[in-house]
Design a protein around this ligand. Sequence first.
Ligand code: SF4
Length: 96
Amino acid sequence: MIWRAKSRVVASVVTSWHTSSGARGSPDDLEITVQITLEVDKCIGSGSCEMMAPEVFEVGEDGLAELLDASPGSEMESKCRAAEESCPTQAIVVEV
Ligand code: SF4
């Protein structure tokens, strides 16, 4: 008699993960954010970023850009990308 082992496929399904706040959540809770890096040393205060995404960037009284929100929601991605592309000194990096 020949014994053959039946192959078994074990699959795991991710049913929950951690949200941006660190809490464990379900797919409905998943919040995708945009990560913004601003290198202030490169800023020349042109103000383009504030015009493109005033919810995220503001030129302060010192004439340099400041981040109002370093990780805005995904709905801000296009505005943040426009700010990144408009910056004359490449001081802004946008990651999703
Ligand atoms: S667009 Fe660039 S150079 Fe102009 S204010 Fe913003 S960060 Fe500074």
